[in-house]
Design a protein around this ligand. Structure first.
Ligand code: TYD
Ligand code: MG
Length: 446
């Protein structure tokens, strides 16, 4: 990133930055897209400078926190939103971002002042939403702005007697700086508006939340380029089986990441769900190719159904398609199964999905994926009430996974009687321990 007052160039198509001018963008290969900037804007990736050495014994102020009013979220955020923090709330259109922010405004609007900028909805729509969500707060604490020009938004805030505590921009793709002619939502505008507003809010001590739409394909057109500019990224995802809205903490300068919160969309807005297990199990059927596993997302254990379909290829080359599970993981498991067990996976079409397309990153589901593949290949359904957990190594050995005991307790709590785990010294009753893929195959047919 450029230093203060240094000239730099940004590609108006893809947002590529360089201190040198370019005719053709090296990143997206477009011609004549370099726009000149002077870095007079604040670079929020650098820490604030102090002119003296600070010692741990020195009295350093705790950051002021604003409670969001969503109990679980406040816990994850160690007490709430940080004063002057910059947050990105990302998600597909229609998932509930505006609903969430309306509720948040209402939760905090008793003591704090909120300026809610809506760039994409009419005053009537926004007022209706506040009304439907039954906002009971001190209504004079929530100010609504319907404006797309960043400069006008800032001048409206400047006119206020006291600075607001929270500024919400819904959404960043609809706000435009008058300094540039490119359209709102372009990479250039999205970057510059966020950069300017972050600087402005940090200086004034205002917490900023910018909403960023994610396209259906999961590409965060605007948000992806913003991730490094903000202090925390919260992303809403829809879990299709349960219909629950998952709020994932993807980045957090002020606390833990990879946490996940679940919400249900109700008549009166989003409701946090603490008992979520039954939502994930309601459609589970014991058929060939299906098996349950337990994944760990942040501090939560979630039962997830893995479904595999192994079939004769329709076209020449065998296909591998995944939904929810990472494709590279599937390819690795297929390769290990083929090599270690000499099973004919390599010539088959293979489809793999998690229930509801729930995105898993936890490698503890490897063994369940292998189980589901075997089950589909031989067209044999696994026994009723089974959960399979373990990571598979390239050597075909099944490796230990973290929080194993917690997962076992959890499986028992939801009434599972057959629990398959990696070989371990732990002594458990009624548990099947698997050392490697060969023992797995034997157990599978026993
Ligand atoms: P919205 O919050 O506008 O989504 P986003 O800002 O992410 O585009 O609304 C999401 C959906 O939720 C919308 O289709 C209407 C519905 N909804 C409810 O079911 N209950 C409610 O109380 C509200 C406000 C919206
Ligand atoms: Mg919205």
């Amino acid at each position: 990133m450029a230093k203060k007052n240094q000239k730099y160039f940004v590609c108006s198509e893809c947002g590529y930055e360089s201190t040198k001018w370019f005719a053709k963008c090296p990143s997206c290969n477009e011609w004549n897209t370099a726009v000149e900037f002077t870095a007079d804007v604040f670079d929020n990736t650098t820490v604030q400078s102090t002119s003296e050495i600070l010692f741990l014994t020195d009295d350093i102020k705790e950051p002021v926190k604003i409670k969001t009013g969503f109990k679980e979220l406040d816990e994850i955020l160690y007490g709430g939103l940080v004063e002057s923090g910059v947050y990105l709330l990302a998600g597909e259109p229609g998932i509930g971002k505006s609903t969430f922010l309306t509720q948040l405004s209402s939760n905090i609007g008793n003591e704090k002042t909120v300026i809610y900028v809506s760039g994409e909805e009419s005053a009537e729509q926004v007022f209706q939403r506040f009304k439907r969500l039954n906002v009971k707060t001190n209504k004079s604490k929530i100010g609504l702005v319907f404006e797309n020009s960043m400069e006008k938004i800032v001048s409206l805030i400047e006119k206020l007697k006291d600075k607001p505590d929270l500024l919400i921009i819904d959404s960043i793709q609809t706000i435009k700086s008058e300094k540039f002619s490119s359209y709102a939502g372009s990479v250039l505008q999205v970057k510059e508006v966020t950069r300017y507003l972050s600087e402005y809010c940090k200086k004034k001590g205002i917490t900023l939340i910018v909403v960023g739409h994610v396209t259906k394909g999961g590409i965060i057109a605007g948000p992806k380029i913003l991730e490094h500019m903000v202090d925390a990224v919260l992303q809403f995802e829809l879990e299709k089986t349960s219909g629950l809205r998952m709020l994932r903490i993807l980045k957090n300068r002020y606390g833990p990441t990879d946490e996940i919160l679940m919400f249900e969309m109700t008549q009166i807005g989003l409701k946090a769900i603490s008992e979520y297990t039954q939502y994930f199990l309601k459609d589970y059927k014991n058929a060939s190719g299906n098996v349950l596993t337990i994944v760990k997302e942040g501090s939560k254990l979630i039962p997830i159904e893995i479904q595999a379909l192994v079939s004769k290829p329709v076209y020449g080359n065998p296909r591998r398609v995944t939904s929810g599970a990472p494709l590279d993981r599937l390819l690795m498991i297929i390769a290990v199964l083929s090599k270690r067990l000499r099973l004919p996976f390599e010539s088959k079409d293979i489809f793999l999905s998690t229930s509801g397309g729930f995105k898993i990153s936890d490698t503890s589901s490897d063994l369940a994926i292998a189980y589901a593949l075997l089950s589909s290949l031989f067209d044999i359904s696994t026994v009723d009430s089974i959960v399979v957990m373990g990571e598979i190594g390239l050597d075909g050995n099944v490796r230990h996974i973290r929080s194993l005991e917690k997962r076992i307790d959890f499986a028992r709590k939801i009434g599972i009687t057959n629990i398959v785990i990696p070989n371990s010294k732990l002594e458990y009753k009624d548990i099947i321990k698997i050392k490697n893929l060969t023992t797995m195959l034997k157990k599978f047919f026993s």
